[in-house]
Design a protein around this ligand. Structure first.
Ligand code: PNW
Length: 489
């Protein structure tokens, strides 16, 4: 990955003005005032019923790229274009989850996870992007859902994890065209209608902040475009519009009581030091640096600063579209890997981004800076700023070198260190009453890591791609322990 998280944040971030609507941390009640004995008895524990899970995504694990009527997605095209992925890797076979899903459900069962987040391949369900559905494509998800339920694992389904049907890219320029937002709503409504008798939670879209920015602006993900600002901002708008229209379509078609949310890799603004002034700055930075996605979805308007900065290149939109975009959600999912440090400053906007110094530690992916407190501040901001009452950490995890030892095991002590520290901060959040209901570790097993191909491994299970053998890593043992204790291990 050539673009670092730091550059990435700079690229998508907007600088800003405006006052914080949120009171400073120091003024809150009940945070540090628990009697010591109570803190000790609940030390390290998560709330009862906490949903421990793991996550994957269709193009990253399924393989079976041409089975049962599936048509190419933009990731098939992109990965088969020379020079786009490391070693020309594609998702043609990947971990062959399409054929091995039963075995993979057993991996989950051995971990003890209560839930599994997977994504649905749009071009399996609608090979033409829209129009006539393909029952054979949907059937895979029917079987997967049934297998999960049979094993006591709750399915959480993501409707879009980046594998747009290529035909919609060709016809409408993908998410640049409003037609794609509408096609997405149609596919989402249909799929939720078919699955919601057994799937209670649907995510519309995974990570606007990655697929739109990397795919349509920077060009290092599918469809590999570098659009000029006005067209690019319109693409952002059509992506959030697609989300909003999908929420409406799912509400109209799915079983009553079906819960709808999204999974967004928002910029996690961590106060450099936990003082009221830096916390206030980090709160405002959260709204402004996520203006184009999470903030407009939550608040139903683009911030003044976002529009001002975009100037003549600002997206064109109607009030009705803003209303659709901000359709009420049942829960909010946040993918959290790394922090963005923020300090208060005397500027009009009231905050400044503090870049990671060159010595700042990161995992093997250069963008994956280690900042465990992101797992505290992310959900806390979402709860305090927008009042979200049901929050999931829809992804968290890390890449490691993962070289098998002589005994065949992978002793991924760096991942163990990462998870233990991040989860301590998640526990801090839940113990303060931040309503985080579950956590999905990315990922169940090593898989196709987009432009990085198979070189960066994120799994709890090591995959030998020659034999498709899955072997639990040390981190899988740690996770099993944490789940069993419902607390830190
Ligand atoms: C997320 N970046 O992607 C995705 O949701 C997963 O599909 C992916 O495997 C996981 O995180 C690990 O990378 C990202 O460069 C990929 O900033 C790259 C970036 C961010 C998110």
């Amino acid at each position: 990955m050539k673009v670092s998280r730091r550059d990435f944040a700079k690229i998508i971030g907007t600088a800003t003005v405006g006052a914080s609507a949120v009171s400073a941390f120091g003024a809150e009640k009940g945070t540090n005032e628990q009697p010591l004995i109570q803190q000790q008895t609940s030390a390290g524990k998560f709330p009862n019923g906490f949903l421990w899970g793991s996550a994957t995504a269709s193009y990253q694990v399924e393989g079976a790229f041409d089975k049962d009527g599936r048509t190419p997605s933009i990731w098939d095209t992109f990965s088969k274009t020379p020079g786009k992925t490391v070693n020309g890797a594609t998702g043609d076979v990947s971990t062959d989850h399409y054929n091995r899903y039963k075995e993979d459900v057993q991996l989950m069962k051995n971990l003890g996870v209560k839930t599994y987040r997977f994504s649905i391949s749009w071009s399996r369900v609608f090979p033409d992007g829209t129009g006539k559905p393909n029952p054979k494509g949907l059937d895979f998800y029917n079987k997967l859902v049934d297998e999960l339920l049979k094993n006591g694992i709750q399915p959480f389904a993501t409707l879009y994890h980046w594998d747009l049907p290529q035909i919609l890219q060709d016809k409408y320029g993908g998410w640049e065209g409003r037609e794609t937002s509408e096609a997405f709503a149609n596919y989402a409504g249909y799929t939720a209608e078919k699955l919601s008798d057994r799937v209670n939670h649907f995510f519309t879209i995974n990570e606007f902040g990655a697929f739109v920015e990397l795919g349509y602006r920077i060009g290092i993900h599918a469809p590999g475009l570098t659009l000029p600002p006005a067209r690019f901002n319109q693409t952002r708008h059509h992506a959030v519009l697609g989300h909003g229209l999908a929420v409406q379509a799912i509400r109209a078609k799915a079983k009553k009581g079906t819960k709808i949310g999204l999974a967004e890799n928002m910029t996690i603004c961590v106060p450099v030091i936990e003082t009221p002034e830096h916390i206030k700055a980090a709160t405002e930075a959260t709204r402004q640096m996520n203006a184009q996605y999470m903030t407009v979805i939550q608040e139903g308007k683009y911030t003044d600063l976002y529009l001002k900065k975009a100037g003549k290149d600002a997206p064109k939109f109607t009030d009705a579209e803003l209303k659709a975009i901000s359709s009420p959600l049942d829960f909010v999912g946040i993918n959290i890997y790394t922090p963005q440090y923020i300090r208060a400053d005397g500027s009009e906007q009231g905050f400044a981004v503090v870049p990671h110094p060159p010595s700042f530690p990161h995992m093997i992916s250069p963008w994956l800076f280690v900042g465990p407190e992101a797992l505290y501040w992310g959900p806390r901001h979402v709860n305090k700023i927008w009042g979200a009452k049901e929050i999931y950490i829809t992804e968290n995890g890390c890449s490691s070198s993962d070289i098998p030892a002589a005994d065949g095991k992978v002793y991924d002590t760096d991942r163990v260190m990462y998870l233990r520290n991040y989860l301590m901060h998640l526990q801090r959040a839940t113990s303060e009453g931040v309503p985080v209901k579950g956590y999905f570790l990315w990922s169940l097993m090593d898989n196709f890591e987009w432009a990085d191909g198979y070189t960066n491994r994120f799994g709890l299970h090591y995959v030998d791609y020659k034999t498709q053998k899955r072997t639990p890593k040390l981190s899988a043992e740690l996770y099993r322990e944490i789940i069993a204790r419902n607390g830190l291990a």
